[in-house]
Design a protein around this ligand. Structure first.
Ligand code: NA7
Length: 535
């Protein structure tokens, strides 16, 4: 759709990633007047933007896909167990075409303001390219990892080579052939990109501030028998996922690691490390995320793996993370640590010698200047809340969402914000979002939001809001759930600690999707306890 859009819609959806596409599909199927604004030039959201080399999903593709349409899940074939970005983008495009979604998606249309009209109970939305619409309801499906974090390195603009952030990767690709490359950042994006870049760069310098725990994905082409097994029993498997804490299916759990004889636990860990996904290790035991001693057993097992792979013992120690495993997002990799055995790869510890500036010729740390032809920033995101605050949202009494959230992204049930009526967040702060299988989570939340909208229609309610009191109660539940785990002890993007000046408050509900979905339903069933409904 190219022409500028004006007019009134019952529901405006923001974002055509997996959450937004599903919301749009459901709304269109039931004949609701709706439209979707998408900042990118195509569908896929996070999977549209993050097209850096090596970008790959960390949940098996047979799971990380839509469950809402049996024909769709039967007809689609994934090439690998853990599909790469181009295949996930291809899938997103297939879904958009198959369900005719493009008709109602406005591409290259970044929403740049949203204002609530209290008299009329409608939202006014504008986009950067000039669309102006009103909507009774807004579903924001803007993603958890959307607002790019470019740290304010002095001198970045003076760099004479090209630089790219992994989440805004040029569509035409980037050649590293014979170039001196620098990568800053060793989270999931860096860990995935580094082995790929090292293959063709003349030299790669990796600027690491905090090493990541990363496990092998043991990726393989999808075995047709395995695919058949899944497809023959998709319905049961999806049902099992829906009742799982993380909306995922992992191999059986083994109980408490602390109760095990050393030889037994070593054998289990070795088995899982070599399994279809090393990630299985992270969820195998019921005490590793709640007990520091248990966590350390798993962490040390992983450190020993690094020591066994990386031949230079000094480099190996620098690559060993010291925080509790799992409290920062664990990465899944394809040969990450072995990359440091290559002649053309050098690890620079910028915790030891911080980056002082970017110069026209490269990166200067406290140790000296590293000359580079090209620079890659794998420095992450203003995660979870950043994609919402940058929409410029103004609620009741002219309240700016940025001001509202200056001390923390308070919300109710991870979907509602007091003073911002008729706005529903998909994967918002306070929901399990990034710690559950995100496509399944979006399907659940969209269903919930549509049920609420239907119910409001039946009750002839015009406006749904919540209160600061209930936001505080929900925040207490979110923080209490986190306090039973080791998450809170580490500075991570889960609690906003990666962005200077962002309030540190844990933004993800870690009590499990089973509890989360029950709590969301309970509050509606208790005659909308915690909500303010206005006729
Ligand atoms: P992450 O996980 O936030 O990683 C960003 C990395 O960049 C991390 O290693 C940071 O170190 C590093 N970083 C950030 N700012 C700086 C500065 N100023 N100097 C040096 N290093 C810096 O983002 P990703 O894109 O890798 O992954 C995001 C999610 O995508 C991931 O969790 C998966 O869910 C998929 P730090 O740890 O802050 O010391």
């Amino acid at each position: 759709m190219n022409e500028l859009v004006t007019g009134h819609y019952k529901v405006v959806v923001i974002g055509a990633g997996f959450g937004g596409m599903y919301a749009l599909h459901r709304l269109r199927s039931e004949g609701t007047e709706t439209i979707c604004f998408e900042a990118g030039g195509g569908v896929g959201g996070t999977w549209y933007w993050n097209r850096y080399p090596g970008a790959r999903v960390d949940i098996e593709s047979m799971q990380y896909s839509y469950s809402f349409d049996e024909e769709l899940q039967q007809e689609w074939s994934w090439p690998e167990n853990f599909s790469a970005q181009p295949d996930i983008e291809r899938y997103a495009n297939h879904v958009a075409d198959r369900f005719g979604l493009r008709e109602d998606i406005v591409f290259d249309a970044r929403v740049n303001s949203m204002r609530f009209d209290e008299g009329a109970n409608i939202w006014h939305l504008t986009t950067e390219r000039g669309d102006e619409v009103t909507a009774h309801y807004v579903i924001s499906a803007t993603g958890s990892l959307d607002a790019t974090n470019v740290p304010g390195f002095p001198g970045l603009d003076s760099f004479e080579g090209d630089w790219h952030h992994t989440s805004q990767w040029p569509k035409e690709g980037v050649s590293f052939d014979g170039l001196r490359v620098g990568v800053i950042g060793t989270g999931s994006s860096g860990v995935q990109a580094i082995p790929e870049i090292a293959k063709t760069a003349s030299h790669l310098h990796v600027f690491q501030r905090t090493p990541a725990f990363t496990m092998p994905n043991n990726n393989q082409p999808l075995d047709p028998d395995y695919e058949r097994e899944w497809k023959d029993t998709y319905a049961e498997r999806r049902e099992a996922m829906r009742t799982d804490q993380g909306l995922s299916m992992f191999p059986p759990k083994y109980g408490a690691i602390l109760d095990m004889e050393p030889a037994v636990r070593e054998a289990i860990m070795e088995d899982l490390y070599a399994s279809r996904s090393g990630f299985n290790l992270l969820v195998a035991f019921n005490d590793t995320m709640v007990n520091a001693e248990a966590n350390e057993l798993l962490a040390e097992f992983m450190r020993n793996k690094i020591r066994s792979i990386v031949t230079d013992p000094v480099v190996a120690e620098k690559l060993c993370p010291r925080y509790a495993i799992g409290t920062k997002r664990v990465c899944l990799d394809s040969g990450y640590h072995a990359t440091y055995n290559r002649e053309n790869v050098t690890l620079v510890d910028v915790r030891e010698s911080p980056i002082e500036e970017i110069t026209p010729r490269g990166v200067r740390t406290a140790d000296g200047e590293y000359e580079l032809d090209i620079l890659v920033l794998a420095t992450g995101f203003d995660a979870v809340s950043g994609s919402l605050t940058r929409l410029n949202v103004t609620g009741v009494d002219g309240l700016d969402l940025r001001d509202k959230w200056k001390d923390g992204a308070t919300n109710y049930l991870g979907m509602f914000v007091a003073g911002f009526p008729n706005l529903f967040m998909i994967h918002g702060p306070g929901s399990p979002g990034v710690l559950a299988q995100m496509i399944a989570g979006a399907e659940w939340q969209v269903q919930y939001v549509l049920d609420v909208i239907h119910d409001l229609d039946t009750r002839r309610v015009q406006r749904i809001d919540t209160t600061a009191e209930w936001e505080n109660k929900w925040d207490a539940e979110v923080q209490t759930a986190a306090s039973y785990t080791l998450f809170g002890g580490t500075d991570s993007w889960y609690k906003g600690a990666n962005i200077e000046g962002k309030p540190k408050s844990f933004m993800v509900y870690v009590g499990g999707y089973d509890n989360y979905s029950r709590r969301c339903r309970e509050q509606v069933e208790a005659d909308y306890e915690g909500f303010v409904l206005s006729p």
